[in-house]
Design a binder for this molecule. Structure first.
Ligand code: HEC
Ligand code: HEC
Length: 215
């Protein structure tokens, strides 16, 4: 009678050891999968931002014609534009390809990263004083600072304009005026409706050349 009982309690002990081992393994597996997911997300932000900065420039400061700098842009603005590209509501072959498979988590992480990078510096060549002065007058007459901030640093869904590339500012303002770029709320088409090509040229020159002290 003692042998079977001993065998039985040994078996029970062995069984409970196996159960505990399996439970511990399950906990470790779960913890590992959480850790490896966190690792994968961090790595994929690095991977994703490298692709972005291949076009948008090291540090988010663009050196490619008609491609905007992204550093120092308000996070909300960048997220909103990436939504528009991803949904096909803002058209750009390059950006539709870049944004198609971004998840909401990617949008949040990328825009947060870009917002924290230092904004672009003013260009090294001096501004043409006549065009810059005309641009300043137009910006003040048209109340651009009401939305874009007195120093054009942008806020919330309204972009930083200070020291953005001149060619990009001109291209995108023409796009609003012609209807090629449809913002999510149409505010910019209304703002630029009455302005001539020469006006847009002066505004782009003024905004891209703003001195550092005015930001
Ligand atoms: C192949 C080049 C290329 C790649 C890669 C690329 N972009 Fe772009 N991006 C552009 C161009 C060109 C524009 C301007 C489109 C236009 O004229 O409307 C742009 C516009 C943008 C804008 C709008 C900015 C503004 O001020 O209007 C954002 C935001 C942006 N890109 C973010 C990203 C992010 C984030 C990535 C990486 C996931 C990325 N881009 C990858 C070329 C690229
Ligand atoms: C009523 C608020 C408002 C006013 C006033 C306003 N803007 Fe904007 N602006 C916006 C918003 C919002 C956006 C982003 C819209 C979008 O495309 O989704 C924008 C976008 C822009 C862009 C695109 C920049 C980029 O990086 O993509 C430029 C350039 C611009 N505005 C220039 C101007 C100028 C110049 C004036 C004055 C003539 C002006 N804005 C007045 C709200 C305003």
């Amino acid at each position: 009678m003692t042998r079977p009982r001993t065998r039985g309690s040994r078996a029970a002990r062995a069984l409970s050891t196996r159960v505990i081992a399996r439970a511990a393994l399950a906990v470790l597996t779960a913890a590992w999968s959480v850790l490896s997911v966190a690792g994968a997300l961090a790595a994929s932000l690095e991977e994703r931002i490298t692709v972005c900065l291949a076009c948008h420039g090291a540090g988010g400061v663009s050196r490619v014609p008609e491609t905007p700098s992204l550093s120092g842009q308000p996070q909300f603005f960048t997220v909103a534009q990436l939504f528009l590209f991803r949904d096909g509501r803002r058209s750009s072959a390059a950006m539709t390809a870049a944004a198609t498979d971004l998840t909401n988590e990617d949008l949040r992480a990328l825009s947060d990263y870009l917002a924290k990078l230092p904004p672009p510096e003013p260009p090294t060549e001096p501004a043409d004083s006549a065009r810059a002065a005309r641009g300043r007058t137009l910006a003040s007459q048209n109340h651009c600072t009401v939305c874009h901030n007195p120093d054009f640093s942008g806020r919330e869904q309204m972009p930083r304009l200070a020291n953005q590339r001149e060619d990009y500012l001109l291209k995108t303002m023409r796009g609003y005026r012609s209807g090629a770029r449809i913002g999510y709320a149409g505010a910019m088409a209304v703002e630029l409706h009455e302005l001539t090509d020469a006006d847009l040229d002066a505004l782009a020159h003024y905004l891209s050349h703003l001195p550092r002290s005015s930001r």
